[in-house]
Ligand binder design. Structure first.
Ligand SMILES: Nc1ccn([C@@H]2O[C@H](COP(=O)(O)OP(=O)(O)OP(=O)(O)O)[C@@H](O)[C@H]2O)c(=O)n1
Ligand SMILES: C[C@](O)(CO)[C@H](O)COP(=O)(O)O
Length: 257
């Protein structure tokens, strides 16, 4: 890691820099089944992406949101967001995304203005994250942590497996101790320099980097955990849509929105 981005002793991004959220929303949603790109599919009549942008804009820490749209759909997304009721205090930029989540985040980072010191990376596919979680991640970075992830303990036992050839069933090769495992959510928060350096230097092969904190870890940067939230779950498969609509219905009944 270079001197300029080594975790500093001063709080990150302060005093004169702002916090931005980058929302990768360029995925196809293959696991959700046929249809529009996942971020544009509706939850209770409103596209998932609009829920996600509102979730970021609800945080007083966030003054800019960069949406990374499907590569051929940036103009459509711009119109969608212009037509949606979003807080006027939050600037929203839209850029086209890439082939992988990693590439899409990198393109979003490239669209940040210079005065952004703290970056939250948030999946469009986690549209219902509560503002308290967003605030907790942003505050932890501002207080000095160079990288922060919200996470929850696991309910299931996890096995490590080895695939076998010839259609043979996978073989279990280990059982990690569940008590020290965490399911990691977004937004993940970063000192901008550390995140940009990770995206410049750490390109993982194979499955690739499944989250941004994993790339920053490779630089030797410490990653701090704050409590995640059940409602920050990722909409991945069709059943997740049912759960998301149920959460929205409960919010409408209890909070009126
Ligand atoms: N090329 C890509 C792939 C993913 N994403 C975004 O990364 C987030 C997490 O990805 P995931 O939930 O896997 O979304 P998809 O890639 O759309 O899902 P699938 O793997 O089922 O196709 C999503 O908000 C997705 O839009 C992205 O911006 N660019
Ligand atoms: C970033 C992430 O949401 C953290 O849990 C997750 O790794 C994204 O994975 P996906 O396969 O791109 O949905």
């Amino acid at each position: 890691m270079s001197e300029s981005t080594r975790p500093a002793e001063r709080p990150h991004g302060s005093p004169n820099t702002r916090t931005a959220a980058v929302i990768p929303a360029a995925g196809r949603g293959v696991r959700l089944g046929p249809g529009a790109p996942k971020a544009l599919r509706a939850l209770n009549g409103t596209p998932m992406l609009v829920h996600a942008v509102r979730a970021m804009a609800r945080s007083r820490a966030v003054s800019l949101v960069v949406v990374v749209a499907p590569p051929d759909g940036a103009a459509e997304v711009r119109i969608l967001l212009d037509d949606s009721a979003l807080p006027e205090t939050t600037e929203v930029r839209v850029v086209p995304g890439g082939e992988t989540r990693q590439e899409s985040v990198r393109l979003g980072l490239a669209a940040l203005p210079e005065d952004i010191g703290v970056v939250l990376v948030h999946d469009a596919a986690r549209p219902l994250v509560p503002v308290e979680t967003v605030d907790a991640v942003a505050a932890a970075v501002r207080d000095g942590a160079p990288a922060v992830v919200p996470a929850l303990p696991l309910a299931d036992t996890v096995k490590e497996v080895r695939p076998r050839e010839g259609g043979e069933p996978e073989l279990v090769v280990g059982t990690p101790e569940r008590a020290v495992l965490r399911a990691v959510q977004t937004p993940q928060g970063f000192d901008r320099g550390a995140l940009v350096e990770a995206h410049e230097k750490v390109a993982l092969q194979g499955e690739g980097a499944t989250d941004d904190a994993g790339m920053v870890e490779r630089l030797g940067v410490p990653v701090v955990v704050v409590p995640g939230h059940e409602e920050a779950f990722k909409v991945t498969r069709p059943l997740d849509l049912v759960l998301a609509e149920a959460v929205l219905a409960r919010r409408r009944a209890t909070d009126g929105f």
